[in-house]
Design a protein around this ligand. Structure first.
Ligand code: HEM
Length: 404
């Protein structure tokens, strides 16, 4: 497993099996004319768990083994850089954390991770709880904004941020939140971050946080609704906490959130089943030889420089070798820890999600308030999935929610 620098050796290596489809369009039409899960499943059956294809104008290598995904995201991450559509970079801001690699990425990651550490989350638990209360009160469905509306919103957001940054600079008080941490970051030979870098990164975190968490919560509502026996177990756990907290008059404590065992398993199983980020993209920055135990060739496969590489998280999460009866919602499977590198709802390696603890705490607090104070009914519940780009139930799961 290595970067290749000898032409002779390169010539002997084979590309992974698979089809590059038609000239220019590759297999793009096949992907979009059917459910993406079927597209991947059929090729995995035909070619094995490392295969090539051609999508959206790019040759790609798909990876669906724990070993190959670890190779790309963890052990050889320096040979692969993140790659996103230009439209996404333009909306989020090209200087934001997810689009970077190398030292600048490391610097930003430390700052973002620092501002989302469990210690800081513990301090804002009561704030999270009051936001959850207000959100539940005002919950009246989800409206998907268009690309142009997103661009306008992005422009307004950066104007607001520029004003806040300016005000904080004038006062000489950066603050200790994410914005403050970005404003206060100073490195000996690189100095401080520019206003543009700071704004892109606040917006980058907001983008990465919002739809993912909303999608996770939507799936949890669906799975709890479709599995009344699991809902009863979660309710029993949460009502006990509610009663201990003087019928919800006292705020939730950090320890209580850490001990929501049944609810925690429901959250993990929902993240596995739904696989909100079904796959991610990287691009090979050099010719790479991949030779895992999962390769059926003597020399290893060639991943040519410039090719896209897609770790298929969803296929790992739905592989019966790792998760028995994988299409069944069964939170009790998490009584035993999953095999290493097989449960990746928050990714892995240098680009793994820095917001995972915040997402989990938001989900737990919301479930607590939802099941103790509200009931909900689904107006339409099907098992079909839409990608926007994160996996959400069809039509966003229209539901009616009312307070008890
Ligand atoms: C259930 C909710 C969430 C899920 C399933 C999720 C999932 C992920 C995954 C799989 C990645 C890795 C992507 C890759 O390797 O290409 C990622 C990255 C990221 N996530 Fe999350 N995320 C969630 C919530 C959040 C929250 C709440 C925040 C911030 C408050 C956040 C901020 C980020 C950022 C900034 C990155 C880029 C990290 C980097 O490139 O180093 N996410 N997320």
């Amino acid at each position: 497993m290595k970067k290749i620098n000898r032409r002779a050796q390169q010539r002997q290596l084979q590309l992974p099996p698979g089809s590059l489809g038609w000239p220019y369009i590759g297999e793009t039409l096949q992907l979009y004319s059917q459910c993406p899960n079927y597209f991947f499943k059929s090729r995995l059956q035909r070619y094995g768990e490392v295969f090539k294809t051609h999508l959206l104008g790019y040759p790609c290598v798909m990876l669906a083994t724990a070993e190959a995904i670890r190779f790309v995201l963890v052990t050889h991450s320096d040979l692969f850089k993140p790659t996103y559509p230009k439209s996404k970079e333009c909306i989020v801001g090209p200087l934001a954390l997810p689009f970077q690699s190398g030292e600048y990425h490391l610097r930003l990651k430390k700052i973002v991770q620092g501002s989302l550490s469990p210690d800081l989350l513990r301090a804002i638990l009561t704030d999270i709880e009051s936001i959850v209360r207000c959100t539940l009160k005002a919950w009246d469905g989800h409206v998907e904004p268009t690309y142009h509306a997103m661009k306008r919103a992005r422009k307004r957001l950066s104007c607001i941020l520029y004003e806040i940054i300016e005000k904080r600079r004038q006062k000489g008080q950066a603050g200790n939140d994410l914005l403050g941490c970005l404003m206060g970051s100073k490195e000996e030979n690189r100095g401080t971050l520019t206003t543009e870098q700071i704004a892109d990164n606040v917006i980058g975190v907001l983008f990465a946080a919002q739809d993912t968490t909303a999608s996770a919560l939507t799936w949890i509502l669906k799975y709890l609704h479709d599995n009344p026996n699991v809902l009863d177990i979660v309710k029993a756990e949460q009502i006990e906490i509610y009663q201990a907290n003087d019928c919800g008059k006292k705020p939730l404590t950090w320890t209580q959130t850490r001990n929501m065992n049944a609810t925690n398993k429901v959250m993990m199983e929902s993240l596995r089943m739904a696989s909100i980020l079904p796959f991610t993209f990287r691009e090979a920055v050099a010719d790479v030889e991949y030779k895992g135990a999962d390769c059926h060739v003597t020399l290893g496969y060639l991943i040519p420089k410039g090719w896209k590489v897609m770790p298929l998280f969803r296929n790992i999460h739905h592989n019966p070798e790792f998760f028995q009866d994988p299409d069944k919602f069964n939170p009790s499977r998490f009584e035993v820890a999953p095999r290493p590198n097989t449960f990746l709802p928050f990714g892995n390696g240098v680009h793994a999600c820095p917001g995972n603890e915040l997402a989990k705490i938001e989900i737990l607090v919301l479930i607590y308030h939802l099941v103790t104070n509200y009931r909900w009914d689904l107006i339409e519940s099907s098992d079909e999935v839409e990608y926007s780009p994160f996996a959400v139930p069809k039509r966003g799961l229209p539901a009616k929610i009312w307070r008890l």
